[in-house]
Design a binder for this molecule. Sequence first.
Ligand code: FES
Length: 145
Amino acid sequence: MDRVTSVRAIATRYAARRGPLLPILHAVQSEHGSITRPDVVAIADVLNISIADVHGVVSFYSDFRSTPPPAHTIEVCRAEACQSVGGQALHDEIVARFADSSDVQVREVFCLGNCALGPSGTIDGRLCGRLSTDRIAALTEGWSA
Ligand code: FES
């Protein structure tokens, strides 16, 4: 099955639900890794809504991506509790460390519910507390920087 057919099938599966757009977008991204312009067009067609409406939702939520995901993702919490123990500086250092890497995406997040163990973050989806540049270097050993 080609991608457009797959996306149309996903959209059709959720179309009769109340508020189907977000579940469709999550399902498409889960299945294909991103939500491309042709995906947006297909979803809009199936739901009989405008392309702009679908694009607006895709572009509003930072979790939706229009390009394939990088090999690795680091999230660093920048909310208050983590910020009070160095989360901001840690985020900036990690962004600089991986600035030239196309394999690693560094994202800011705002509270992971792990405030007591800040600075907190995730490494490829795994929640980590008491993060430091040294600890992140150890946890990402072998990644291209
Ligand atoms: S403020 Fe960072 S985990 Fe809650």
